[in-house]
Ligand binder design. Sequence first.
Ligand code: ATP
Ligand code: MG
Length: 400
Amino acid sequence: MTRAILVRYDEIGIKGKNRPDFVRQLVVNIRRATGLSEDEIQIEWGRIYLHPSGDLQRLRERLAMVFGVRSFSVVLIVPHELERMRDAAVELARRAVARGVRTFKIEARRSFKAFPVNSMEINQELGRAVLRALPELRVDVHAPEVIIEVEVRQEGVFLCSERIAGPGGLPVGIAGRALLLLSGGIDSPVAGWMLMKRGVAVDAVYFHSPPYVGEKAKEKVLELGRVLARWRAEALTVYVPRFTEIQVEVSRVAPPSLWTILFRRFMHRVAERIAEAHGYGALATGESLGQVASQTMENLACVDAVTRMLVLRPLIGWDKVEIVRLAREIGTYEISILPYEDCCVLFAPRHPETRARRERVEAIEARLDIPRLVESALERLEVFSVTEQEVSPLTTSPSA
Ligand code: ATP
Ligand code: MG
């Protein structure tokens, strides 16, 4: 009897040509997340089996964070022999009893038709064996507390009694790369998570304004990056352009009601430059329609007008309550609510314009040297490589 972990993934939507890519990326990501070696992973048609030599508990925690994994189970694998199948079923039932389970059901499936016993007969055989060994258990076919699944496949018979949910979605890396505008707030990390769930490899850009904004604010964003890196199973790059000069200049020439929209337009210009230099296919933000006065359709359009890039806003239709709930689940909320102000809080006007008119905004921007301001942000670009364990500075490059 050998023990392995069976990983299930959704096949809907990945038929045909995309399928090998999906599985390949999923396996790569599982290896990155778990540290398993190539020998410890076995790929069968429609299935991935892990044969870990190390700690199972840690492996479970890791798998629950790999996008593309629908569910997984610890499975017992036995040869095509009824006697061995009975032993395995009894062992699983015994463990269930230890957890306080009272009722069970055997659910057999036989895809390997050369095995002479059909699924109905397997159910009866194994059910009887379990009842004999553990008389305190009862069969309940309608609402059993545990289902012992038995799958007879060509390569062996697989038994399991528990399905642990994975996060679902698509493996990170199969849907392109995006550059997330990551502030220290609640929304943008959740937006990044949503995109990763759709298979997008997300890196981040944070606009920092020293000395108006302290180093603590930057560290907070890097902390958020660490949480996101956990879900990405890989280092996340965080670009930190310097936003100070832009903020000072904008607040000098523009009325306070237009600051937010002008800052946002500059952020997108700078982010676009970084995206182009490093091959990102889209920008992404944590905005949702109408959440705050600055996030109206008119204002979003006014921001989108400065670049030609696709801007993804995965939270566009979300309520704050829903966003907060997800932030708690994925582990970013506790960091996001730490009290360090980001630049936009500091330069926040009391009455932001809700319907910025492009002509008016452009007329004000005409008084600024836009290319020079964009350069000023990129000249002092800091770049960090962020993993769950550590944050390491990459370079302080002279330009993107
Ligand atoms: P968040 O919680 O993500 O900060 P928010 O509701 O507080 O969102 P704003 O602060 O107005 O909204 O920002 C809207 C979006 O602009 C953010 O979701 C983020 O994508 C981007 N953003 C704002 N400030 C910064 C910054 N300093 N650096 C990078 N991106 C930023
Ligand atoms: Mg914010």
